[in-house]
Design a protein around this ligand. Structure first.
Ligand code: THU
Length: 157
């Protein structure tokens, strides 16, 4: 038996102003995308923004439904839009922001497991790392690749 360890490194910022221009814009786009949230049940508004390899930014927001599983998270709304509309462009980065009643929460918005799996799929599709940025009010985390937020990615089929 051997003890193994998985090490994850990420960057923490206290403001979008500390980030590169591209990342700052993506965070602001994710915060802006919260406006498109339709969350009559949870009242938790999530926005996401995907940057494509050609510089295009595609936004998404969570869309809820009375039949709960029929709704969709912000991240997948954005990624599926990007995948369907720009099938030949790599998704190089995704930023996520969330909060109650449209107000950005203090804690960074952490994506659910299903959204991480979808990120992994599009990262594998492009063959290049997709960075993941989780934004909160006064604290932002940046992970350089999906593997850092979904260790031991399932990609065996
Ligand atoms: N939600 C997202 O949009 N993204 C996530 O990664 C986690 C959760 C949404 C789904 C639902 O509309 C609301 O937040 C509460 O779970």
């Amino acid at each position: 038996m051997t003890d193994k360890e998985i090490k994850i490194s990420y960057k923490e910022y206290s403001s979008p102003d500390e980030m590169s221009k591209e990342d700052r814009e993506l965070v602001l786009a994710a915060i802006d995308a919260m406006k498109g949230s339709y969350a009559p049940y949870s009242h938790f508004n999530v926005g996401a923004a995907v940057r494509l390899s050609n510089g295009t930014v595609v936004k998404g927001a969570n869309q809820e439904n009375a039949a709960f599983p029929s709704g969709l998270c912000a991240e997948r709304t954005a990624m599926f839009h990007a995948g369907a509309s720009y099938p030949d462009k790599a998704m190089v980065s995704i930023a996520i922001a969330g909060g109650v009643m449209g107000r950005l929460a203090k804690a960074p918005a952490t994506p659910c497991g299903a959204c991480r799996q979808v990120m992994a799929q599009y990262q594998a599709k492009s063959g290049k790392p997709m960075s993941v940025i989780m934004a909160g009010d006064g604290i932002i985390w940046k992970f350089d690749k999906v593997d850092d937020v979904l260790p031991l990615i399932f990609d065996s089929i």
